[in-house]
Design a protein around this ligand. Sequence first.
Ligand SMILES: Nc1ncnc2c1ncn2[C@@H]1O[C@H](COP(=O)(O)OP(=O)(O)O)[C@@H](O)[C@H]1O
Ligand code: SF4
Ligand SMILES: [Mg+2]
Length: 362
Amino acid sequence: MASITPVQLEALPDVGGPAQPLLSVRGLTKHFPLGRISPTAARSVVHAVDGLSFDVRKGETLGIVGESGCGKSTTSRLIMSLIEPTAGEVVFDGMAVGSRALPLKEYRRQVQMVFQDSYASLNPRMSIEASIAFAPKVHGMPHAQAIAAAHELLQAVGLHPAQFAHRFPHQLSGGQRQRVNIARALALRPRLLILDEPVSALDKSVEAQVLNLLVDLRHRFDLSYLFISHDLNVVHYIADRVLVMYLGRSAEIGDVASIYAKPAHPYTAALLDSRPSMDPARRRTAAPLHGDPPNPIDPPSGCRFRTRCTTAEDVCAARVPPLAPLHRRHAAACLMALPGSGHSLAPAAATHHPLPEEAANV
Ligand SMILES: Nc1ncnc2c1ncn2[C@@H]1O[C@H](COP(=O)(O)OP(=O)(O)O)[C@@H](O)[C@H]1O
Ligand code: SF4
Ligand SMILES: [Mg+2]
């Protein structure tokens, strides 16, 4: 793919080496203020994202899963700097986003996004080639070079330029439009793609094709992915590690293989159990996860999952469970996983109490 790398738009070099995370999120928080009921009433806020910390490592796919409304899209918008955080920071390859070392404009080139709605992301009046060439031209690439690069990107995402370059978005299927959106996201040679439910609107057969394309492109373009989905099967297929979110917080993080084989958080276990099974013998009659998540305007004290947790005890209302490392590559925010937490099913107290920072590095 060397020929499509134009002189002025090369992927930027690895700054901190392979061991330094590509993206580090620390204490990320977003509270959306709502209007007051009366002038004297306290202002209520939506606790959309509350103290989230995680890393995306170089070359990996980190999946984020959780029910609708748990803060996945808000997290992606915070990382893209599309909205201001209430607290917390985003660090890219060791550089604070918006600092002198990494101005916002440069950061935005290196991190690109693909959304669920393939149609809304494309200008209906622009041809496909013009859409893909648009951002490189804004960055100073000559027209002919940008069009040539757009054609090579179309080829890379499996669309014949001769057949598709001059079409308009409404002349494409949902899967083809999503391929165009992926080509557009690659046009500035980013290092990280944030994919927010990129296949959720597609049919199952098309979904598989687009997932396979994403796997292929990650290797070919030396990318890392933050892959957001409510679908655990999709995340199982594509991700190396997974972060499970519940009501704005991390419930569990670790290797996909470890978490799917042995979830440590009751929420993750319930989500995995709720998946439809192909095996009639394993088909459930009752859903393991009852009710809806509580209102994020007034989240439960202590553990936010306690109102739906079958193993909740009094201590769960009093203590916020920290993300406790279980072993080298797996951590869970449940008092049953925290030695000496006061939960009757917790292991005895350990001598070493890990810092939250250690858990974020899992
Ligand atoms: N601009 C906003 N103003 C107020 N509340 C918002 C806003 N954006 C999102 N929310 C709320 O924040 C919570 C998280 O939303 P979101 O990040 O979209 O979740 P997800 O992507 O996981 O479905 C939801 O309760 C949602 O209603
Ligand atoms: S901390 Fe308590 S309520 Fe929360 S998941 Fe663990 S057992 Fe359930
Ligand atoms: Mg969303």
